[in-house]
Design a binder for this molecule. Sequence first.
Ligand SMILES: [Zn+2]
Ligand SMILES: [Zn+2]
Length: 81
Amino acid sequence: MPVIYWDRIEGLYCKCTKGDIAIFKILENCIKCIWCGNEIKCIPPIEFVWKEKCENCEGKISTFIIDSAGNKVCSRCGSFK
Ligand SMILES: [Zn+2]
Ligand SMILES: [Zn+2]
């Protein structure tokens, strides 16, 4: 399961990974994969993370975050739900 720390989130799906193993740094207006630099626009702090299929990721399972504004964002493609 993904774990949210104060400065990062571990256990997310990303474009650069096959599984939910990516680590994203939490920045001011996005989260950013520490390996490939993939930036996912959102408004930290991140409230919650869960797994669900993403239509924009060819229906593959991904992780979604809920940010402080209530946006639901796919951590792989950055699309809003
Ligand atoms: Zn990545
Ligand atoms: Zn997606």
